[in-house]
Write a protein that binds this ligand. Sequence first.
Ligand code: SAM
Length: 256
Amino acid sequence: MSAAGKGTSAWKSGVKRLLGRTGFDIVRSGNNLGGVDDFIPFEATMRAARASGMSVGDHIDTVMNGTPGATRSTIDELRALGVFAAGPATVLEIGPGSGRYLEKTLKECAPDRYEIYETAAPWADYLVNTFGVIALPTAGSSLAPTPDASVDLVQAHKVFNTVTFLCAVRYFFEMARVTRPGGRIVFDVMTETCLDPAAVRTWATQGGTGHGSFPAAMPRGMCVDLFASLGCGLEAGFLAPMGVASTEVLVFRKGA
Ligand SMILES: C[S@@+](CC[C@H](N)C(=O)[O-])C[C@H]1O[C@@H](n2cnc3c(N)ncnc32)[C@H](O)[C@@H]1O
C-alpha cells in the first residue's frame, strides 16, 4: 500500500474506532458543559463527503454510520405525523452538527427563522453560511436568547444521548418554555423501549469503549411526565437507528 493509502486507511480506522465509541465525537466543540464535548472534524468530513459525491448528511448516514437512509426515515416519520404540515414559521434546533436533519427539515417546510444552538463552532459557521440559519450563543443547556413561546418546532436529534442527565433535562425545561402553544417538540432519547436485554448486550459487547456519556439512557416515563407537567402532551414515539442499536424519537405538542 502507498503512503497515501496507508494514511487514508489509518484515518478511516481511526474514524471507525471513534465512531464506534460515541457515534460522533472526534473534534472538541467548545463550551459543552454537559457530556461528550467533541464532534466530527469539519474539514476532513467535508472532504470525504465531496469525494463520495453525497451531501454531508447522506455521507454521514451511509459511509460513516453504515445506516443509509436513517435521517430520511426519521424525517419521513415526522412528516407522516403532521409535524411539518402546519408550516412552522420558526424552527429551533439544538446540536444540529453537520445539519443532516436541518437540511431535510428545510426541504419539508420553509420557516422564516431557523435558530440553532451548536457548540461545535466550525459546523455552526458552516450551517449559517450554507442555509442562512441563525446561530445563537450556546452555553450549557440554556436557550436564553430565544423568547418564551416563540418557536413552532423545537428539535434535537442524537444530542440527548451524548450529554449528561442534567444537561438534557435543563434543555427540556427550556424547550417547553420557548415552544408556542400548539407547537411541536421533537427529540430522541435512549429509553427503556430501546433497551431490551438483547440491545443491552449489543451495547455492552459492541458499543465501543464507553468513553464519555454516550450512549446515555433516559427514562421514557420521566420525559412524558415532565413534559406533561410543562403543558406538552406526548403525541407519538418511534424508534430510529443509533450506533449499534436504537434510540426513541418522541413527539410532543404544547397545549393551546
Ligand atoms: C452526536 S452529535 C449529533 C449531530 C446531529 N444532530 C446529527 O444527528 O447528525 C451531537 C451534537 O450536539 C452538539 N452538542 C453537544 N453538546 C451540546 C450542547 N450542550 N448544546 C448544544 N449542542 C451540543 C455537538 O457539537 C454535536 O453537533
